[in-house]
Design a protein around this ligand. Structure first.
Ligand code: NAD
Length: 576
């Protein structure tokens, strides 16, 4: 059962929204009334008992108009698997175009009312959601860990960011204004920001909750309504978040979530009544999304796509810190990260020293097959990692830093890259199957290559797994050339103590994000997005919410001469 303890935090927001609802047609029709009566259907999880925080009920159906509903097309379903042992967790409703139509209709109906609410009320509703997520973080983390194989420790950290993003955009809701433009004495002009309308959002599996909230929070804050499709590999956590959203004052139809794969994604991208599609996923699918948007109703498009980050270490860097950032940058989330700094460029004079230390980190990876005690009370804020070691193991174990990859197919693709690297004469460290873990789980240890040319597929293609290569360079110019020699341009890192080098590199690197003396930081305030084949548009920050505002509407009004202020008569009240 979901905690109601958050109520004390968000009562004021509910009151505000209730007042607004009661004064509107939509409110009188009861569309915004939250029903707590119908429980979600049970999660059929054979191993749920072992995930002590997995709630006994987790929704598995689409969330449309505030209700969990089965697929219209013969109740179609698909299986959800646990990557730790390959077992089936449950079956989940699979959306066809008809389900997407139903979700879009609900979103379209709710949108004008939602946009008409005072902006602060919309913001307050998002804040409510952040509070209720806080109170239910252990359950959400357990579901996510079960479904994605992420260490429960990592998911809790991710959930903190999710709450932060919701609160960040709740604050922006009532601060998005237009401009007054007075370019001539007798012409008064102003711009006004509007919501776009119904937004289709498609997300991948590597950060299922964060990436969904990065998209839905600014969209909803601006007065849009949303039809979001999760990845077929990780549908469960977002459905549980919908169950939490049902308990807030977010009206029915504002947030709609469908589960499924390419068919549902294509239905969103091609939909004639969706005003914008925001996609995060592979570059190959991103290209198709853009074509489908163009061929249907020319809906707006933003794309967050693949990457192949270069993490550049100069000889004058604080090497110990750079080492941590390079290791984490390449291997956190098992390298299943669009920003993964999987090309580590190291200046020749410190190459041997640096690479030896990196090799040690890879070699020291430990494996754990036994499960240590769960923290019985696991609020996000209270848990800390036991130590700094790299431990590949059961994601439920709080010591584990690296769980399995998302599934065995993905593991096979990662192994193919490793095999290719070895066949080409690269020297491999790590990249082994950890002993003692379930052989049906998609486990592999971090893999580091040296002695490969910068043109090798390991150095140029997005592997999206824990495989990195180290490449030496001599001069700054060479580092820039190597780093920019990629079809991708999402993220890069520079490690140096020299301010001039840092600024010169930042200006010369062709990447949407450049981190200096750090890596992989994505605070809600900082816009995030790529260039070239890494996409277009921004998430997070002020730019992130502007992605969900309609065109600036420019209104120009010219004062009649007779009524111009200071030119006699009329008091300046009448405009044409
Ligand atoms: P993917 O492109 O295979 O799938 C992404 C989403 O698109 C999923 O929901 C999937 O069901 C859907 N989809 C698949 N085919 C589709 C089609 N033809 N039409 C419409 N929708 C379709 O990507 P993935 O394997 O889920 O995720 C990994 C990729 O995502 C990597 O390339 C990674 O770099 C990228 N990614 C980018 C960012 C970013 O912010 N730039 C963040 C995370 C992941």
């Amino acid at each position: 059962m979901i905690s109601r303890a958050a109520a004390r935090h968000y009562r004021p927001a509910q009151c505000l929204l209730t007042q607004s609802l009661s004064a509107t047609r939509l409110g009188r029709r009861g569309l915004a009334t939250v029903s707590h009566s119908a429980p979600p259907e049970p999660l059929l999880a054979p191993n749920a008992e072992t995930h002590s925080h997995v709630p006994s009920f987790v929704p598995t159906q689409h969330f449309i108009k505030g209700r969990f509903v089965p697929s219209l097309d013969g109740n179609r379903t698909f299986p959800a698997y646990n990557p730790t042992d390959g077992t089936q967790i449950t079956v989940v409703s699979e959306a066809s175009a008809a389900d997407v139509d139903a979700a879009v209709a609900a979103a379209r109906l709710a949108q004008p009312f939602w946009e008409s609410l005072p902006a602060g009320v919309r913001g307050a509703a998002l804040q409510e959601l952040s509070f209720i997520i806080h109170d239910n973080a252990p359950a959400l983390a357990a579901i996510e860990s079960l479904d994605s194989g992420k260490p429960v420790h990592d998911v809790r950290a991710e959930l903190q960011q999710v709450q932060h993003v919701l609160r960040y955009y709740s604050g922006w809701a009532d601060k998005m204004g237009g401009q007054t433009i007075q370019f001539e004495q007798d012409i008064h002009s102003y711009t006004r920001l509007e919501a776009i309308g119904v937004i289709g959002q498609i997300v991948p599996w590597n950060y299922p909750l964060s990436l969904a909230v990065w998209k839905m929070a600014p969209a909803i804050a601006m007065g849009n309504t949303v039809v979001l499709k999760t990845s077929e590999k990780t549908p469960l956590s977002m459905l549980y978040l919908c169950e939490l959203a049902r308990q807030t004052s977010i009206p029915k139809g504002v947030l709609n979530v469908v589960s499924g794969g390419a068919e549902a994604g294509m239905a969103i991208a091609r939909h004639m009544d969706i005003d914008k599609v925001s996609f995060t996923g592979s570059t190959a699918v991103g290209r198709k999304i853009m074509a489908m948007a163009a061929e249907s109703n020319l809906k707006k498009v933003s794309l967050e796509l693949g990457g192949k980050g270069a993490n550049i270490v100069f000889a004058d860097a604080e090497l110990e810190e750079a080492l941590e950032h390079c290791f984490e940058g390449a291997f956190s989330n098992n390298g299943q990260n669009c920003c993964a700094g999987s090309r580590i460029l190291v200046q020749s004079s410190v190459y041997d020293e640096f690479v030896n230390a990196l090799k040690e980190m890879v070699r020291e990876t430990e494996f754990t097959s036994q499960r240590s005690e769960y923290l019985s009370s696991c609020s996000c804020a209270s848990n800390t990692q036991m130590d700094e070691e790299v431990i590949v193991g059961d994601p439920r174990d709080l010591d584990t830093t690296h769980g399995p990859l998302i599934d065995s197919d993905h593991l096979a693709s990662v192994r193919q890259y490793i095999d290719a690297g070895e066949r080409s004469g690269g020297t491999l460290y790590g990249g082994i199957t950890p002993p003692g873990l379930n052989p049906r789980g998609a486990f592999i240890t971090p893999a580091l290559f040296t002695d490969l040319p910068a043109t090798h597929p390991i150095a140029t293609e997005e592997i999206f797994g824990p495989v990195a290569c180290v490449i030496p360079f001599d001069t700054q110019e060479e580092a820039i050339e190597l780093a920019n020699a990629s079809q991708y341009a999402l993220a890069a890192g520079v490690h140096t103590r020299d301010l001039s080098t840092a600024i010169m590199m930042e200006k010369s690197l062709n990447a949407g994000l450049v981190w200096i003396n750090t890596y992989n930081r994505t605070p809600p305030h900082m816009p995030f997005g790529g260039r070239k084949s890494s996409g277009m548009g921004k998430e997070l920050g002020e730019m992130g919410i502007k992605e969900y505002t309609g065109e600036l509407r420019l209104v120009g009004a010219r004062a009649l001469a007779a009524f111009r202020p200071g030119r006699g008569g009329g008091g300046g009240k009448k405009w044409c």
